[in-house]
Every structure is written in C-alpha cells, then in structure tokens.
Ligand binder design. Structure first.
Ligand code: HSE
Length: 429
C-alpha cells in the first residue's frame, strides 16, 4: 500500500489528538484512503511533557526544519498557532512542494491573502478545516455543500471557551473568573485566553467564514468586536427573565452598505435554536438564496473534535496526492477585498441597564434623550434596588440605528442622576 508521509509541527493538545487518531484509527483510515498516512516526524520544543501516549523512537525532535526541509515529507501539519514563526514555516513548506494542513485561524485571518496567493503560485493547497468550528466540517459545507448559493447571512457561536463560560455562569451562577479556570483546565482556551474572552478568536474565524461565503477577503482588523469580559451575572439574570440567553455571536450579513461583520455579546431569544447551543458546543446558522436556512452544530474546541478535522484534511490532501491533482483552486480564487459596512449603520434592538438614583423624573429624562434620538422604547422594568438609593433601570428598545443609540447612550451616561456605566447588549431577533 502506498504511504503518504506526514510531519507534524506542534505536539500540544490538538497535536496529541492527531497522533492518537493516526494510531487508533490507522486501519480504518488506510482502508478509506487506499494509502497509509505515516507520521514520520513530530517537532515540539517540549520533549518531556506527558501527552498520555508514546511515539516510536526517533520521531520526536525539537527541530521543525527537519520536517520543513525533508524532501520525503508530503504533508506538513502546522499546529503551533500564532503568526510567527508559523507563517514562515507554512511558506517554506509550500515552496518545498508540500501540502499544508493547519488549525491556525489567527494566521489565516490576518495573513491569509498573502499565504493563499503564495499557495496558488506554487500550486499547493492549504487545508484549514480545523481552524473554524472544531469538529463541524463548516469549511467544506460552505465551500462544497452550499457552493451553488449566494449566502446572505451567517450567525455563529464559534468560540467554545466563551460559550462554555457563559453557559456555566448562567446555569451554575459561577463567576467569570471561575468559569475561565474551568475552560483552561479542560484544554479549550487559547494559550492566551484573552483571545477567547475579547472575541478575537471569534473574529478570526468570522473573517475566514465570511471571506469564503461572500467571495472576497475580509479585513480582520476592521471587524467590529466586543468580548464577554463585561458580562455580569446580573445581566444574565435580567435578560433570562426577559426570555433571552446571552451568547457571544459572530455575525456576517450582506447589507446595502457592504458586509456587516461583527462579534459581540448578543441576546438570543430562547425560542431560537442558537440559544440552546451550550457549553463547548459551536453552531453556525447560514442563509443561502436556494438552500434557505441551515444550522450546523458540534463540539467546537478541545482535543478530539479539532484533531478529527485535522485528520480529515490529511485524508483530503492524501486523496489529492494520490490522484496527482495539483490544480484545485485555492481558498477563494480572487484578490478582491470585501467592502465592509460601518458599524454605525447596523440596525437592531438593544437591552440597556442604567444604574440611576431612585428619584421622580429620572426615567422621563432617559426616555426624552432616547426619543430625541428617534429611538423608541419597547419595555421598561425597574424591580430591584441597589445599595445607597440606586436602582437599575432596564430598557428594551425597538429597532434603532447603532449611531443614534451610541449618541443617546453617551448623553445618558453624562446625566448627573446616572451613577456608573450603562450596559448595552444588542439583540438578534
Ligand atoms: N479557543 C478556541 C475555542 C479553540 O474555544 O473555540 C478552538 O478554536
């Protein structure tokens, strides 16, 4: 049986998952592929850490160049993450005639345009199913399954760590810090968890999904982004009472002013399927002009699901090698940039919590600022009292333009009766 030789760079959580699948399911993979995937070298700076498994002697090295520069190796798996030195490794591997499989969403979102151009020039593909949605084959779904459609919108829960954190906060009432510790222990969070918490990881993944779905490159640095650091148990409780769940949503919509791309905490009505996507699960909801609405759900982080996507890519790259096909078009066959819609033009409903002094006329002053900005109020609640005569005023607005809402909120926060920063969470109906 023919052998396809693989070098793996980065033997961390996902890397160890890949070596485990290649060992445990070796016979099944060979049968399905018609060739053997043979791991000939694994590079990692840490040779000592216990990964719960053994490699044959001589496979493990500290030196990634022994993979990149080995002419015998057909496919390089890059799992070190981050921009540098990963970018150089990918470019050298492609130039050396190798296929590259990666889970590195940061690298592809921030430097993808150059990398995919390079891949096109040397006629070698970059496979990146594991970079978005863990075990959900969402790249294949958009690229192949829905390729006959114009996709008009994507709503995604595409960061498992923050979904796990928000779920534990809302179901168990634990603090953000305790939930972050749980996510790190379970191996879900990024090495730098700020990437998860600040919505950067979701924005990386959104850049890739929207570039693929809308057929142009999304400039990652211009994607509007808010993370979950400011979400409190108080807002989780109030919004639950109003029939909503708070999710960190990645949104991509085609709009008349361009592609509306954003990541922020969002209130999702409890009747919407996305509100029931809990814990480490990811889900992507897509609307196509002929496919209509589709939702795909699965475990979006962690060793097994992500490694499963990496090995599926290894098999796809293997099929390409076996067929001698070097002409599959790269990621998106264009150099076009997506025109992005300014965040100020986005229209949606909003939840506001404004801490105010409990005194007659306060509500009227807030309502008058909102009214002057053309923002109509859907409902108001004022139940609980804080200490020292303060009360939270909870408002749900009707559809309002972001720019108008932001101007009104600035004015409200400067009222002398407002004590503390108002909270605003967008609603996706
Ligand atoms: N930290 C990422 C997440 C890992 O939680 O979704 C998977 O990309």
């Amino acid at each position: 049986m023919k052998e396809i030789k693989i070098g793996l760079i980065g033997w961390g959580t996902v890397g160890a998952g890949v070596t485990r699948i290649l060992q445990k399911n070796s016979a099944l993979i060979s049968r399905r592929l018609g060739a053997r995937l043979r791991l000939v070298r694994v590079a990692d700076l840490n040779l000592k850490r216990d990964r719960g498994m053994k490699l044959a002697p001589g496979i493990l090295t500290r030196d990634a160049a022994r993979i990149i520069e080995d002419p015998e190796i057909d496919i390089v798996v890059e799992l070190i993450g981050g921009l540098d030195p990963a970018e150089g490794m990918v470019i050298s591997s492609l130039r050396g005639g190798k296929r590259v499989v990666t889970a590195n969403k940061a690298l592809l979102a921030e430097r993808g345009k150059t990398l995919f151009r390079e891949a096109g020039q040397v006629r070698r593909r970059i496979f990146f199913e594991a970079s978005v949605g863990g075990g959900i084959p969402i790249i294949k779904i958009i690229r192949e399954g829905l390729s006959a459609n114009r996709i008009s919108s994507i709503l995604g829960i595409i960061n498992g760590t923050t979904n796990y954190i928000l779920t534990r906060m809302s179901e168990e009432g634990i603090t953000l810090a305790a939930a972050v510790r749980g996510a790190k222990k379970a191996g879900y969070a990024e090495k730098n968890p700020a990437l998860d918490l600040e919505g950067i990881d979701s924005a990386h993944k959104l850049a890739l999904l929207s570039s693929l779905a809308f057929g142009g490159w999304a400039d990652f640095s211009r994607i509007y982004r808010e993370g979950i650091n400011e979400i409190t148990d108080e807002d989780i409780a109030y919004t639950a009472g109003l029939g909503y769940t708070i999710k960190l949503l990645a949104v991509a919509k085609q709009s008349p002013s361009g592609a509306d791309l954003r990541v922020h905490p969002t209130l999702v009505p409890r009747r919407h399927l996305l509100s029931a996507v809990n814990g480490i699960f990811n889900a992507v909801y897509l609307e196509g002009d002929f496919s209509k609405s589709q939702i795909f759900q699965g475990e979006g982080a962690g060793q097994g699901p992500t490694a499963s996507a990496v090995v599926a890519d290894l098999m796809e790259a293997g099929r390409e090698i076996l067929s001698g096909n070097d002409s599959t078009p790269p990621f998106i066959a264009t150099d076009r940039d997506l025109k992005l819609a300014p965040i100020g033009e986005v229209v949606c409903r909003h939840y506001l919590r404004i801490p105010v002094i409990d005194r007659p006329g306060v509500l009227a002053r807030i309502a008058s600022i909102l009214g002057a900005g053309g923002i109509s109020i859907d409902s108001v609640i004022q139940r609980q009292r804080y200490k020292r005569g303060l009360v939270p005023v909870i408002l749900m607005t009707n559809q309002a333009r972001e720019k108008a809402l932001q101007t009104a909120l600035d004015k409200i926060s400067h009222l002398e009766v407002v004590r503390g920063t108002p909270v605003r969470i967008r609603v996706e109906d």
